[in-house]
Design a protein around this ligand. Structure first.
Ligand SMILES: NC(=O)c1ccc[n+]([C@@H]2O[C@H](COP(=O)([O-])OP(=O)(O)OC[C@H]3O[C@@H](n4cnc5c(N)ncnc54)[C@H](O)[C@@H]3O)[C@@H](O)[C@H]2O)c1
Length: 416
């Protein structure tokens, strides 16, 4: 059991998902909304002692000026799915959270992100100093709110891919890069991950940015006994893909082409309109199909920014496949959703599960969370049903261990 409160440190605190996470959690605390959409609220979690969403304290950092209230109002007008009455009821709580929002870093995050940076862009600190600043923000959040644990979630804009070199595969070599201020070897997400793990905070990379959880960072997490997981939350088109693609294998139907067209209109879409940033997203989306089918059909994923859509995302997928006697047939689907509404409950799930893993003494990657990610690190399984089985197996093991302990305790009692 926990004897102290748990905090959540959101990187990209003023963004759409972060705002929806906080609005959702604060509204749940007041009994204003339900937990629909949260995996951890489903029956298979019965008897698992996860922290209640209502008990989480929020803080975080961003590189833009603004307030959470402004972000929430923007979302309200964009999506119309946030209820203005709910926002009115939690307005006071925003004031408290706003005090815990600090400035972050956009170090080597590419032109698109650096343009957003109204706070830190012109300052170029040595890397160790930059990490110290990030660590201090987490430490003061912990101290001021008397928190026993802080879970860090990366919800910042997608960075361009980082070219992984030897130093990203080896912690000692990476630490030398930091000492020598090799700015090009890190992105902002790398510095955040390093600072969080060194502070003993479980770290979730919900973004496709590959600079965050490099193998060196996973090594650090193992050394510091910190659970970590990423990359890129699986919320929409890829979720459907990972549920649907296995069907073609089960029925021995040959997928010839799988074309996916995505249009979205929020700030995430605006950043992803930049070719370098888009490349990160396409890489995490692209690997799913060939891993599931065992071959690579003709396939293309496109992502286009369509401003008038705001937080709405539409994906149209066209699947061309071959059946008996060579007959060619097709399947199409259209997925329409609100990006942040789909993502926020999963972020809350990941926070609860990461806190639980830390309490159980788990360290390094959390493969049980693979169903939440487009590109789960260290996991080759991409079929949604099998990934979900990994989660339920994990829960069953937790229950078995607990029952085993209860049995041992009972036997011990009988002997006394
Ligand atoms: N919405 C989804 O369904 C979904 C699914 C998977 C992954 N993601 C990823 O989650 C991330 C957040 O999505 P969003 O829709 O909230 O985006 P958003 O553009 O609304 O918010 C991103 C926030 O991060 C801030 N930011 C950018 N760089 C930063 C840095 N270096 N440090 C601190 N703050 C920084 C921005 O100022 C902005 O407030 C994106 O990387 C997105 O690709 C989203």
């Amino acid at each position: 059991m926990r004897d102290k409160k748990v905090g959540v440190w959101l990187i990209g605190a003023l963004g759409s998902i972060s705002t929806t996470v906080m609005v959702g959690a604060l509204a749940m605390r007041k009994g204003l909304v339900s937990s629909t959409g949260m995996v951890t609220a489903s029956e298979c979690f019965n008897g698992i002692d996860l922290i209640a969403v209502e008990d989480l304290e929020f803080g975080g950092c961003d590189i833009r000026k603004g307030t959470i209230r402004e972000s929430a109002n923007n979302l309200l007008w964009e999506t119309r799915v946030l209820d203005p009455r709910v926002l009115g009821e939690i307005e006071e709580d925003f004031v408290h959270v706003q005090r815990a929002v600090k400035s972050g870093t956009s170090r080597n995050s590419g032109e698109a992100i650096q343009k957003l940076d109204a706070i830190t862009a012109r300052r170029k600190k040595p890397l160790r100093e930059e990490i110290e600043c990030l660590s201090r923000s987490i430490q003061s959040f912990k101290k001021e709110n008397e928190l026993g644990e802080v879970i860090v979630v990366n919800l910042a804009s997608t960075e361009p891919p980082l070219d992984l070199q030897y130093c990203h595969y080896n912690l000692a070599a990476f630490e030398r890069c930091l000492d020598q201020n090799e700015f090009e070897s890190v992105r902002a997400s790398t510095l955040y991950a390093y600072a969080a793990i060194r502070e003993g905070c479980p770290y979730i990379n919900f973004t496709p940015s590959n600079g965050a959880l490099t193998p060196a960072m996973v090594e650090l997490a193992e050394r510091e006994s910190v659970p970590v997981m990423g990359n890129d939350g699986k919320t929409g088109e890829t979720l459907v893909k990972s549920a649907l693609a296995p069907m073609f294998s089960y029925r021995n139907l040959e997928v010839l082409s799988w074309q996916g067209f995505n249009i979205l209109g929020n700030m995430d879409g605006e950043i992803l309109a930049h070719p370098q940033n888009k490349e990160s997203k396409i890489r995490t989306k692209d690997q799913v199909l060939s891993r599931i089918l065992g071959y690579s059909p003709h396939s293309k994923v496109s992502i286009d920014y369509t401003p008038s859509l705001d937080d709405q995302k539409t994906a149209w997928d066209f699947i061309h496949f071959r059946g008996f006697m060579g007959a060619k047939m097709s399947l199409q689907f259209v997925w329409q959703g609100y990006d942040s509404i789909l993502a926020a409950p999963l972020v809350l799930d990941l926070i609860r599960l990461a806190e639980f893993a830390k309490r159980r003494g788990e360290a390094g990657l959390m493969p049980q969370l693979s169903s939440f990610f487009k590109a789960p690190i260290g996991v080759n399984e991409h079929r949604l049903s099998e990934q979900f089985r990994m989660l339920t197996n994990y829960l069953n093991n937790v229950r078995d261990v607990r029952q085993g302990l209860q049995l041992v305790n009972k036997k011990g009692d009988a002997c006394r």
